[in-house]
Design a protein around this ligand. Structure first.
Ligand SMILES: [Zn+2]
Length: 286
């Protein structure tokens, strides 16, 4: 799933190749991805792309005073195409949700792999009317994300720190992968209650969140949309690396599985050497 660094890089990439272009046509073969109908997505035709911004994990293209807001969710992606076929795509079937043709023949496809159907596209007059955008908490790369602000979010919270870091209404843009990386870097168990963190742990957590995201943005910046996934994967130390050695201590990276996703951690670095109970497994054994 694209998180803050990848969405930031996509925004930056589009600023370079789409801003200033006029939308020639919009095809929406995956009608279910459209979450708004007024104004219709076809009303973008003839308008020029003025800016591309990011809100948390949402991409926001300003198009002639309207906003094309995209949430890629877990399996969605934006494919930039130097040359798009002019024939209209077939409706309904396949991964293509929305295709935006630009005036020079280039454009982009918004696609979703698999059957999840969580890619969401909105055409609105103000990006903040999109419920997911309206709910967003502090952007961790903004000036408001101070150590005191993080301490405030964590104080008195009984939820596990992993849940707090990935709650978009608290911190906007951090997801499953980068939260695993941050917790590993700090040496915290993902299940530690957020309110129990010592002052010194909060200080380190703050520093590591900012550093991890800035580094990922720096590595991803300037890459074409098609290269971002590989770049993200190559920069990860524990996330998605179950069974492989921890790059710091050599212990085996383990995972905890949930219904539709899993988190990864290093027992030696994060949980005093104790493997965490796999909740899916524990439930089966009850
Ligand atoms: Zn380790």
């Amino acid at each position: 799933m694209p998180e803050l660094p990848e969405v930031e890089a996509l925004a930056s990439f589009l600023r370079g190749c789409a801003v200033g272009r006029v939308v020639a046509r919009v095809d929406a073969p995956g009608i279910h991805v459209l979450k708004t109908y007024d104004p219709p997505v076809t009303s973008l035709a003839g308008l020029s792309i003025e800016n591309v911004a990011r809100h948390g994990k949402f991409l926001d293209l300003t198009v002639g005073g309207l906003h094309l807001v995209v949430h890629l969710a877990r399996a969605g992606w934006l494919h930039w195409r130097e040359s798009l076929p002019s024939a209209p795509p077939r409706m309904g079937k396949g991964p293509l949700g929305v295709r935006v043709h630009l005036d020079d023949g280039s454009g982009f496809d918004l696609t979703e792999a698999g059957t999840q159907k969580r890619l969401a596209v909105y055409v609105v007059r103000d990006a903040h009317v999109v419920p997911g955008v309206a709910r967003l908490g502090i952007d961790p790369l903004s000036e408001e994300f101070t150590e005191a602000a993080l301490a405030g979010l964590l104080a008195g919270v009984r939820s596990q720190v992993k849940g707090v870091l990935t709650d978009q209404s608290l911190i906007a843009g951090l997801g499953n992968a980068y939260s695993d990386e941050v917790l590993w870097e700090v040496g915290l168990s993902p299940f530690k209650p957020a309110g129990n963190l010592a002052g010194e742990e909060v200080t380190r957590l703050h520093g590591v969140i900012v550093h991890t995201l800035r580094e990922a943005v720096r590595r991803a910046d300037g890459l074409a949309a098609g290269k971002l996934k590989a770049e993200k994967k190559s920069g990860l130390s524990v996330h998605g690396r179950t069974g492989l050695p921890c790059p710091r201590c050599g212990d085996t990276v383990r995972e905890v599985s949930f219904a539709t996703k899993s988190l990864q951690y290093c027992p030696t670095c994060q949980t005093g050497g104790q493997p965490l109970a796999d909740r899916r497994l524990s439930r089966l054994l009850k």
